[in-house]
Design a protein around this ligand. Structure first.
Ligand SMILES: Nc1ncnc2c1ncn2[C@@H]1O[C@H](COP(=O)(O)OP(=O)(O)OP(=O)(O)O)[C@@H](O)[C@H]1O
Ligand SMILES: [Mg+2]
Length: 108
């Protein structure tokens, strides 16, 4: 299992959420974060913002679903401009559904 951790534009979250849901990836975790990429924030006049608001989205999927889920997120999040975001893929050791104590893929 893998954890897909996507940092996306806050205004693209709804689109990403809907695209994932449409393809059967209905469970996710999200929060607003502050971050910076290659451009080290943003210069507006004399003000330099060292970090900018982004939306973080986490989705856990089975290994063979990673490419599909990544593509859905990237397609829905993309505007073609700098700051579109980044996707990280992490290994997940186990998943436990608390209510039933199911483990692994069947608990996703
Ligand atoms: N190497 C990194 N480590 C941790 N977080 C990162 C990293 N790169 C990007 N991020 C996160 O992703 C957000 C969006 O990054 P961003 O899309 O600006 O990446 P980039 O590498 O600068 O690409 P681009 O040139 O398209 O802007 C950042 O605000 C930050 O929260
Ligand atoms: Mg950037």
């Amino acid at each position: 299992m893998k954890m897909i951790q996507a940092v996306i534009r806050t205004e693209r979250f709804k689109t990403v959420e809907e695209a994932l849901d449409k393809s059967g990836y209905s469970s996710l975790t999200t929060t607003m974060v502050m971050g910076r990429g290659h451009q080290k924030g943003l210069q507006v006049g004399s003000t330099h913002y060292t970090t900018l608001p982004k939306q973080m989205v986490w989705v856990v999927v089975e290994d063979d679903q990673v490419e599909k889920a990544v593509d859905i997120i990237a397609t829905a999040a993309e505007t073609g401009n700098i700051g579109d975001g980044k996707i990280f893929v992490l290994n997940v050791a186990d998943v436990i559904r608390i209510r039933t104590r199911e483990r692994g893929a069947s608990a996703i």
